[in-house]
Write a protein that binds this ligand. Structure first.
Ligand code: PMP
Length: 368
């Protein structure tokens, strides 16, 4: 059996290495994972306290319309329930967008180094990919707008960008939206939205009234600490949701995930606390990078992209041997770049203690 042509030769997504696998392979007891931008502080205790009570309902299908979750989220965000769509992670929303709007002959515009699932989902639908190089690790919205042509259906903007962590500003986004034709969907992926504290970051929800061709994506996998349960969502015009709902599976978010997301929204103190700890962790890492003279992009998410001066594959292997899992990907085009998730203070320390002597030995940093 041969798959359809657009699927032939597609890369299979390579997720961050799991902790148990590294323990087994390297025979080490203590392993930390700073590879998938998960929340090192887990999820809200409020979720854990109440979630298991709902596990008794396993024989029943979940609420496919997600009424309670939509009500809660709509209230939290200040939008209507009809403006929301939930998915099995925001990964699924990306897939729905590609499935709904793309076909052979159409094209999409995206950054050349960004979240890889945009490209894969668009390729599966047979769309052509127009990739615009990042400018100093940041989306070049000017060039992206210029690249839009008659066959463009979707423009993907990852803000903050994964893997570089950079943001595009409110002013840049406002100018960009004015230039994008109403027939082209702009996807603003804000998976790391809750971590951002920069005043220049756009309030994208406020753009929805003027732009029915805008969809904003967010997730419960990052600051809310629910990656294992898979809940993400899109916010857009009611009309857009009607279209996307046509391609959505009827029960795409399971009952426990829906419940966990509702509970998670009820504990905004946890979110605030994680944001503050992340800012401190970012400072901890970047101060060390500054001291070591390493280049990194200004990050606004819960991860940092740093160039160590040593081949990323080697750094990755060395860190694994030390029980620290980070992320590298040759397709990023930064031969010495690694992406490290900001962990707890102790995890960050472990990472730095594993990195620094290695770079010193390789003569890449000065002995302090
Ligand atoms: N968008 C971005 C930018 C991401 O980094 C991720 C996960 N790493 C996702 C979307 C998907 O997240 P999830 O499916 O867990 O919501």
């Amino acid at each position: 059996m041969e798959p359809k042509q657009t699927v032939q030769g597609l890369p299979v997504y390579n997720p961050g290495k799991p902790i148990e696998e590294v323990k087994r392979e390297y025979g080490i007891e203590h392993v930390i994972k700073l590879a998938s931008n998960e929340n090192p502080f887990g999820c809200s205790p409020h979720v854990l306290q109440h979630l298991l009570m709902d596990a008794k309902q396993t024989a029943l299908y979940p609420d496919g319309a997600m009424r309670e979750l939509k009500k809660k989220a709509a209230n939290h965000l200040g939008v209507t329930e009809e403006q929301l769509i939930f998915g099995n992670g925001s990964d699924e929303i990306l897939q729905l967008i590609a499935r709904c709007f793309l076909e052979p002959g159409t094209n999409v515009v995206m950054a050349d180094v960004t979240f890889p699932r945009y490209k894969t989902n668009c390729q599966i639908e047979g769309a052509d990919i127009i990739e615009i190089p990042l400018k100093e690790g940041t989306h070049d919205l000017n060039k992206m707008a210029e690249a839009v042509n008659d066959m463009t259906k979707v423009v993907w903007v990852c803000n903050p960008n994964n893997p570089t962590g950079t943001i595009v500003s409110a002013e840049d986004v406002a100018r960009f939206m004015e230039r994008i034709p109403a027939s082209v969907l702009v996807v603003m992926d804000e998976a790391y939205y809750e971590y951002v504290s920069d005043d220049d970051y756009p309030d994208s929800l406020s753009l929805l009234a003027d732009y029915p061709n805008l969809i904003i994506l967010r997730t419960f996998s990052k600051i809310y600490g629910l990656a294992s349960l898979r809940v993400g969502y899109g916010i857009a015009s009611t009309d857009m949701m009607s279209e996307l709902n046509r391609v959505r599976e009827p029960f795409n978010v399971n009952a426990l995930a829906q419940r966990a997301a509702i509970l998670a929204l009820e504990d905004q103190t946890f979110v605030k606390d994680c944001r503050a700890k992340n800012i401190a962790g970012l400072k901890q890492l970047t101060s060390a990078f500054d001291r070591l003279g390493l280049h990194y992009f200004p990050s606004h998410g819960n991860f940092v992209f740093v160039e160590t001066g040593v081949a990323s594959e080697e750094v990755f292997e060395h860190l694994l041997e030390q029980g620290v899992i980070v992320r590298h990907d040759p397709s990023w085009g930064y031969p010495t770049g690694i992406r490290v998730t900001i962990g707890s203070e102790e995890e960050n320390e472990t990472f730095l203690n594993a990195l620094e002597p290695f770079l010193q030995k390789r003569g890449k940093v000065h002995v302090s």
